[in-house]
Design a protein around this ligand. Sequence first.
Ligand code: URA
Length: 243
Amino acid sequence: MMHPALDLVVAALEKIRETSEHAPRASRRALAQLQFIAPGKREMLASVRERVRGCTKCAHLARSRTQTVFGVGSPNAEIMFIGEAPGADEDKQGEPFVGRAGQLLTKILKAMGFAREDVYIANILKCRPDMPVGSFGNRAPTPAEMQTCRPYLVEQIDIIHPKVLVALGAVAVEGLLGTRGTMRELRGRWHSYNETPLMITYHPAYLLRNQAPSEKRKVWEDMLQVLERLGKPISEKQRSFFT
Ligand code: URA
């Protein structure tokens, strides 16, 4: 991890570069030099990933998992999607959101104009919640499991520093903010996590269970708000999806 003081200096220099086309040449040179000695986001994420890989804080999950599921996407992503926990497919493949719900999330991203590599996708839990032997399906993470694993997600968010966070479902919200609520009251409006705008929407698994166009439209309207917040162009065709 980069020293916090160095972090501040890099942030300040980046601000100068962003806010002024005519940033003093010296500060641009200093930034280039600092970036040479300071680890980049990719390296910082790799170091957290290594700690996650060896994590045994939840002994029961460390025993039952095939592997940890850290996160996927661009370290420079403007949007970060946060789900609950890996399911059976993710546990097998080591990548978040690759099962049926994940394929739907990938379609939603595509409709927004993004590929999976353009955004960052992670979960509150990095291990699949264990299931009794011989049983199917997934279980929700417990509050204790979420509290134990949360610091890893916090590090991911701090490193990536996205412009917008999207929490998928009430469990992800509970894991991130520690507050419980119904999706009816939470979704469709801006919240905030450490001053980063946070949009809350339904988990794609909900859309698989409830195929009504009205529910798809709700998620889509939430994603339109995200695109607007990022200043992305939105076509008329995009605006009218699921109407
Ligand atoms: N559901 C989640 O919340 N996360 C995944 O990675 C897969 C399904």
